[in-house]
Design a protein around this ligand. Sequence first.
Ligand SMILES: [Zn+2]
Length: 285
Amino acid sequence: MRFIQKAVDAFRPLADPSHRSIPVGLRPARRQWTFDLAPLTGESALSGICPVCGKRAKFDEFTDNPRESGRCSNCQSFNRQRQMAHAIRKQCGLPKAGPLRFPEGFVIYNTETTASLHLQLLQTPGYLCSEYFGDEYEPGQMVDGRRHEDLRHLSFEDNSIDLVLSSDVMEHMPDPYAAHLEILRVLKRGGRHIFTVPFGPSMQEDQIRAKLVDGDIVYLEEKAFHGDPVRPNEGVLVWTIFGLAMFGRLRELGFDVKGWNIFAPNEGVVGPWSLVFDARKPIDQ
Ligand SMILES: [Zn+2]
């Protein structure tokens, strides 16, 4: 229950009515969610069109972490990847079925180089993808066959990319809004950053779990780590869980921002926290 457990943990002290020191700007959660998707397994598994591969498929084996489970019988995508693909198809005007095909000259930059959505996008001419391998590498440098990029200092030209994708990436950096600003720079006018992050819909402010002070990490909350396909034995630190203030911060940077809580069982998208965000660079910027 990686992200969801963390988000629930973030709310837990606030849900206790005896807790007297509710931080300014946060409200008590109304109830604890439960995640029993056991009815959606085996014979009763969901089925429909998978937004990642665009094919008819079954979505089975949801666990108590519904965002990271419910594999597509065709492309092995899980729920969160389908949420991203659902939003991409909707915002880019693509059909709900069939392969992800974009107009000629459309440039996509994905901030990961693994998993089902990446594999589908590999077919797209002009597709760019990268990982972050460490400060010792130059942006744009190839490391073991994969491109290194730092979201704070991308190697791409201004106004050069139509669609940036990040799924549970922005919480893993000390200054996520510096990264958003850099993404704004490289996006074409009218281009979009479609992304997911751990987000508390009832949190007004971002929860800063750790910050950098004079180059050292200072922990304001218990350390939390997410799995990392590039560093499977280490995990990667969660610096921020985002709240409603994220919308205002992104608008201040210059984005038009939207967000959806997607419920599309016939696309294998179920459960709470099916949250996808779209930060668009205005046409006239
Ligand atoms: Zn699929």
